[in-house]
Design a protein. Sequence first.
Length: 184
Amino acid sequence: MHIFEFSENNALEMIGGIIDATDYVDENTYANDEFTQFMKEALVNGPNGFFPSFDGGGALEWEIGSFDITAMAMNIGENEVGRNYNYFAGQIAYKLNISWGEGNYRLIVDTTSEDFKDEDGKDDERRLAALLSFDQQLGDIFGAFIPVGWQDDDPAIDYNALYSGGVNISGKWYGREQDNFGIG
């Protein structure tokens, strides 16, 4: 990892190695980790998108003011049909600070090489998805999130479109600041 700082609010970060896509795209504050936030697949990282983890790749992340522009590429060892494939993603994010707290608003597009089969198992297809992922703090106790996404249905997929959302509630309201629970 290397960071080039051009000014106080302008930096470019370069990352390479074994990486997790969810560390660089769709880092939703309330719905990004199935181990510490939501265990239900439909509420974590928009499942109609596809975010591989722990494979070789690289990412560029340019933070300029309230904007964050990310591009990444990974080589994935094997998909469900036993093929090695390439993964590419881009994200444009905007951070908004209002009187209620911080909010993050993201547009994410991800795609792959043509190494997936169609529903008939005959033709090679590329996966392609577009997602909008929003999270907004609503004071010291509450937060809300909405991930929505659409995926090309040429390859065999589980979800063509997904719309979800929920509320995060901090344990601050009953004196246990480390606790969080959510309704999705």
